[in-house]
Write a protein that binds this ligand. Sequence first.
Ligand code: BV8
Length: 257
Amino acid sequence: MSTPPPQPDPHADALARARDLLATARHVCVLTGAGISAESGIPTFRSSMNALWKDFDPATLATPQAFAADPERVTRWYDHRRLGCLAAQPNPAHLALATLERRLRARNADFTLLTQNVDGLHRRAGSTNLHELHGSILSWRCTVTARSIDPPPTPFERFPPPSPFDPAGLLRPNVVWFGEMLPEDALIAADEAARTCDVMLVVGTAAEVFPAAGFIELAARHGARVIEVNPEATAFSRFADAKLRGKAGELLPEMVG
Ligand code: BV8
């Protein structure tokens, strides 16, 4: 009785392809979303697992209009999330990206990290060439003077929090709400990286928010090879040369080695 030929293992093939692409890349651009912080205990926004938005509608919380209409409700929600982010720890996925950056730099290759996350975990993991496309929840600014502070790791005493810079001002999180422009320097850096990278690594994003998701297609259209790390497929999976279906905290350390 002849033994059947070994069945192809799509996961092993995708992992080998991803490792090869990272090992020979000139410039790796990484786009991360809420999924990379899921294993740090920070809820994601839209995925089926413990999605944050299921209890909240983005239109009622993550817009300037929502803040104007009910600054107490919006700042309570953001302060609750801020404290959760401060209490969270970078997970092996964040640490693997910091290792990848150091390894690429050591062989004079480029690395650019674009994150949609506002949780600060990439910086705490040691990533340096980092652009926070949607700002940071750890920094809050005065609505009158636009001056910013990083509030202490304790809840605000009053909601909405009064500004320390102007008696007429309030403090709001330094995040990009829907309908607000992304930071120009981050946009310019993201556009440049997407156009010039030869590998685009997409980790933990449903790719439903723009202009961030658009950088995946921009990179692919400029010849980059795309690696997707996500338990689920997305509208941008069609651009991926290697699709790794699983958790970032397990797959990135395997990919980076
Ligand atoms: C703007 C900060 C210009 C606040 C957020 C085309 C071009 C430009 C704009 C638009 C456009 N089309 C539509 C728009 C408008 C809008 C938009 O994109 N709307 C969407 C809903 C269609 N965009 C904007 O308004 C942007 N501004 O364009 O300005 C302008 C100005 C004026 C007038 C017109 C235009 C601003 C967008 C930024 C909004 N701010 N966050 C906050 O955090 O509260 S968005 C929010 O969604 C977060 O930043 C989050 O990161 C982001 C994206 O979500 P994901 O990260 O993808 O998270 P999600 O839960 O959805 O998915 C998680 C994924 O992880 C899943 O796929 C899951 O399978 C996976 N996963 C789960 N566990 C794991 C995992 N993966 C790996 N490992 C695991 N363990």
